[in-house]
Design a protein around this ligand. Structure first.
Ligand code: ATP
Ligand code: MG
Length: 139
């Protein structure tokens, strides 16, 4: 049923649970798995060298989260790809899903945000609201 699954990766506990489920689905459906990690654009008014320092730290963090997630997926029969994108996470996830013609987006209900008590974080809310394909939200 699913052939091309996008997994949104931010290193949170919820996203890790989402990764296990996405991997299981990819195995069951012999689907490709597309990992996406996004980082927020750095405001240019911060100037150099701050801009580059923050950008490097964000890229390093995103790469670390992708590597950690790749390491826990287990065997996936289909293609596994990953990308680190600049932009507000929900937009990056929605754009990537469209561009890669994904037929399922898997993500956590919450991420690294500090506001406890919310059922859905702002990024999962936006993706559910605007996605053209089914979205699996993992609690
Ligand atoms: P908020 O960010 O609104 O304070 P939160 O961090 O608890 O709340 P979200 O950011 O919506 O919640 O995270 C929900 C899910 O969205 C995560 O489990 C992850 O799958 C995905 N996600 C969040 N941020 C990113 C990101 N930067 N890159 C890729 N996926 C992300
Ligand atoms: Mg968040």
């Amino acid at each position: 049923m699913f052939t091309n699954i996008l997994l949104a990766v931010d290193g949170s506990e919820h996203a890790i649970r989402a990764a296990h489920i996405a991997a299981e689905l990819a195995r069951c459906h012999k689907a490709s798995l597309r990992l996406v990690a996004a980082y927020d654009p750095v405001p240019p008014y911060l100037g150099e060298p701050n801009l580059q320092i923050i950008l490097d730290a964000q890229l390093k963090e995103a790469d670390k989260n992708i590597a950690k997630t790749l390491g826990m997926l287990g065997d996936i029969p289909g293609e596994v790809t990953y990308e680190v994108l600049q932009g507000p996470p929900a937009e990056a996830i929605l754009d990537a899903a469209k561009l890669q013609a994904c037929d399922l987006i898997v993500m956590g209900s919450r991420g690294l945000g500090q506001l406890t008590g919310l059922l859905l974080g702002s990024q999962s809310q936006k993706v559910v609201q605007h996605a053209d394909c089914p979205v699996l939200i993992v609690k």
